[in-house]
Design a protein around this ligand. Structure first.
Ligand code: DHE
Length: 513
């Protein structure tokens, strides 16, 4: 017998363990990185809720062969196929008891890399801060800070596993906040190019929002059913709000957004027909929480008496996804089962229905002025069309056929075009460019044949459009937004979204907020 290293011998003895002793196999081979409680450690959480986006077959392959560009090694030489399958079934089985993720657990997870206020207030590099981009590279879980004038990367840093939703800029571009699907919130100091604080706000999280004054960060969680409010300075938790209606029915929180002029966060509920508004003023308006229907003070963990009151708007149906108008007075949300409704935040009720079939991706919708009105355009995850709606009448004014369902749509105040990807289907390497006045597709680009092209963001002056090539051997392709000619290609590993300081902080109507 050839010499075998100790670690392999250990693994062969593990292979002798019967497949019905899968928990032991898990502890031997997986627990070190993924946590004995499946909640994740250096590696991601392995709970059915966190694995929803990975098919069992793909999970089997990852265990057998490992995952490219990560520390996940393959186990095909150590485990029999039946054992690998047993491990797959095991991690897709719900835990008997869900772990508690409350104020104490959250607080204990906090990591302060640099004390708030301890780092210099001048950037370490020369660039127009207002025109910086942060690019999330999903391929190997990194983020690249890009100079929006030279299109040269300034720094590339590792992120937590599976960042999702837009990282949120704050304080004029000094800081940016990321959220991973496993609930890790990470704050990056852009001037000093370092991570300053981290905290795990949930087990399975959706997105985060930062208050317009830069003081608070709010996290929307699927698991547990909570909203978590953090102090933006060092991410210290302030409040854990249980997502429950007045009858005690608990809900996942789909997403949370900031409504600047209202000094509030707007949160969408996934399992109850409610939308919540959480005020973050020091001195909230009297009776804020009693304003809609029969709101009763939250019985969850309160840390401050009258602070952060919640208005709960009861709706006719559950909203899957929604868009906040530029005035922040109305939301338009897709209703489960089809169609969409417009909810007036001041009246506290639905005021119109919109004929949006399929699954409009409203969190990616944009608006622009046209013929004396404001139009809203949304891509559709299920239907090959971009739907254009008049926001005065809420009537559909045009259905623009596309080469396949799309995910993201973007424009800019200073460009005549709106860009939309064809994210799904055989034509996912296409990108449509739509004239915002004629509502016709004027050009269809194919930035990288055979590779998905998606998610556009503009430079602060709207002169250049940056497109992501979603591939391990991917890139950011920079286009002249007027001539539609390529000007530069920056190699990246599956770059998902990119976020421009100016466009995000001025709440440009051409991008998501
Ligand atoms: Fe996202 C944003 C929900 C799947 C990439 N996604 C968002 C937002 C929501 C959302 C509510 C807005 C949050 C924000 O910006 O703060 N996404 C959902 C889903 O419900 C859905 C369909 C299913 C799910 O499993 O969560 C979903 N999203 C995906 C993906 O599969 C994508 C393509 C790859 C990934 O990262 O998992 C994806 N979502 C993104 C990106 C944004 C985003 C890049 C930010 C867009 C922006 O420009 O702001």
């Amino acid at each position: 017998m050839k010499y075998l290293p100790a670690i392999l011998l250990l693994s062969f003895s593990a292979a002798a363990v019967a497949a019905d002793d899968t928990p032991t196999l898990y502890l031997q081979h997986c627990a070190q990185c993924h946590g004995p409680d499946h909640l994740g450690a250096a590696g991601p959480a392995l709970l059915p809720q966190n694995l929803k986006r990975l098919k069992k077959k793909a999970a089997n392959e990852v265990i057998a062969k490992g995952r490219q560009a990560t520390q996940m090694q393959g186990f095909a030489d150590k485990l029999k196929p039946a054992q690998i399958q047993a491990l797959v079934d095991y991690i897709y089985t719900p835990l008997e008891k869900m772990p508690v993720w409350d104020m104490v657990t959250i607080r204990n997870s906090q990591i302060i890399h640099h004390k708030h206020g301890s780092l210099p207030d001048k950037p370490k590099f020369k660039a127009d801060i207002d025109n910086l981009f942060m690019v999330v590279e999903l391929g190997d879980h990194h983020a690249t800070l890009l100079d929006g004038d030279s299109f040269e990367p300034i720094i590339r840093v590792p992120t937590r596993f599976a960042v999702h939703g837009g990282p949120k800029w704050a304080e004029g571009g000094r800081y940016i906040y990321f959220l991973s699907r496993d609930g890790w919130v990470s704050k990056f100091d852009v001037f000093n190019l370092v991570w300053v604080a981290e905290i795990r706000a949930g087990i399975n999280a959706r997105n985060l929002a930062v208050s317009h004054d830069g003081r608070y960060v709010m996290i929307a969680n699927y698991l547990p059913h909570t909203l978590v409010l953090l102090d933006a300075k060092d991410l210290t938790p302030i409040k854990v709000i249980k997502a429950k209606d007045s009858e005690g029915n608990s809900s996942r929180v789909s997403a949370v957004y900031t409504a600047d002029p209202r000094s509030s966060f707007i949160a969408a509920m996934k399992d109850i027909p409610e939308v919540w508004e959480i005020n973050y003023e020091d001195d909230p308006p009297v009776g804020f929480g009693k304003w809609v229907h029969d709101y009763r003070p939250d019985s969850g963990e309160e840390t401050e008496k009258e602070r952060f009151p919640i208005r709960k708007l009861r709706l006719k149906g559950i909203l899957d996804d929604f868009f906040l108008t530029q005035e922040y007075d109305q939301i338009i949300g897709s209703t489960r089962g089809g169609g969409a409704q417009v909810v007036d935040l001041d009246l506290g009720r639905a005021v119109a229905k919109v004929d949006l079939p399929g699954l409009p991706h409203l969190s990616s919708a944009i608006t622009w002025p046209r013929n004396g009105t404001t139009v809203l355009a949304t891509p559709n995850i299920r239907k090959p069309e971009v739907t254009v709606v008049d926001t005065k009448t809420w009537k559909v004014i045009k259905r623009i056929p596309t080469q396949g369902p799309g995910f993201f749509m973007r424009s800019h105040e200073k460009t005549p075009y709106a860009w939309t990807d064809v994210f799904f289907g055989p034509n996912r390497d296409l990108m449509h460019v739509i004239d915002k006045q004629t509502l016709e597709i004027v050009k269809t680009l194919k930035p990288a044949p055979g590779k998905t092209s998606a998610h556009v963001e503009f430079t602060k002056d709207g002169k250049y459009a940056l497109v992501s090539i979603w591939d391990m051997d991917g890139a950011i392709v920079v286009y002249d937004a007027r001539t539609l000619k390529e000007v530069k290609r920056i190699p990246m590993k599956k770059p998902s979204g990119k976020y421009n300081v100016h466009n995000k902080l001025t709440r440009s109507a051409g991008t998501s907020h």
